[in-house]
Design a protein around this ligand. Sequence first.
Ligand SMILES: [Zn+2]
Length: 399
Amino acid sequence: MIRAYKFLMRPTVGQVHALAEMLRDHCSLYNGALQERRDAYRHVSKTTVRYGRQSAQLKEIRAFDPDRQGRWSFSSQQATLRRLDKAFAAFFRRVESGETPGYPRFRGVNWFDTVDFPKDGDGCRWDSTPHDPVTRVRFQGVGHVRVNQHRPVVGKVKTVSVKREGKRWYVILTAEQPEPEPLPATGSVVGIDMGIANFLADSGGEFVPNPRHGRKAAAKLEAAQQALSRCKRRSNRRRKAVRRVADLHRKVRRQRLDHAHKTALNLVREHDFIAHEDLKIRNMMRTPTPRPDPDRPGGFLPNGAGAKSGLNKSINDAGWGVFLTILTSKAESAGREVIAVDPRNTSRACPPCGHIAKENRPTQETFHCVACGHKAHADTVGAINVLRAGLARRNARKG
Ligand SMILES: [Zn+2]
């Protein structure tokens, strides 16, 4: 199993300069190789220049230009040529299938943001100062760059890439990890209902509270943003305020991820089968339909869109999309089954008697069946219905 990691680098001023030159020179190599292919293609002979030939010229190019091209790793340059080769392969594939794709383009230096090193130890070295508590990554022509390694890297590092995003520099690793062992079967199935008051409710009557990092941090963030707007341009205080806003954003993201990981892990440990609502359908249902005003042709009555957009914000806060992605991937590696179901009617149907009515749900939190009198927490009812729908779908698939 291959896993990717992305860490912020903390290069010195000199290293930033060298990294920028590394990008610039790889970019000009890319464009030069593209020019050569273009010229050959436009020539009457319609010659196709291939990767092998361009790669064979690298030695010469490096010898001819020792201060620029000669400084960098041979392997990262090959990787750049291979990237161009892929762009051409895609171009020709589309031409053959009858499309009219755009010819591969030259890249401006601002659009060329990545240099790949296909193998750790070749032109680069991850964790180049293993005895120092500070993690560093070494690049040929740049030196040992400090890395903000916020989580451990598991497995053997295969490839290393440098990426520029705005003013930040990142190192991206891929590591080979052993396939996780499937967990033993527990014989348990569960449905989950994702909510606002609680992050989720399960069909067994348990609740996972919503941490609402977004809400708590939103107040802090707002204050930080106001402080920022009061700062003079290009002042020291402003720089600090900008950093504080960015730090708060990052903190929220990290907390949300932690919470999602923990919640998903618990579910996957305990259950063989997990059913959840299909978020795409659910989001469609949440978008209120316009209500035409009968007294005013072409006009619309209020449809509660304001209140719903507040709700959408909390939905985003809860980060269900993030959670479901994590849940699905964890379930897959543990050999568990996850099914998304159509959430329509899951909040209105009565589990014991099957009666479906909007009136079954007098408030956001309570479920009270108007036919049989069954009473329960509305989210638990939702989760039970989700589980039923999930099991029905599974059986339909198998049958
Ligand atoms: Zn009922």
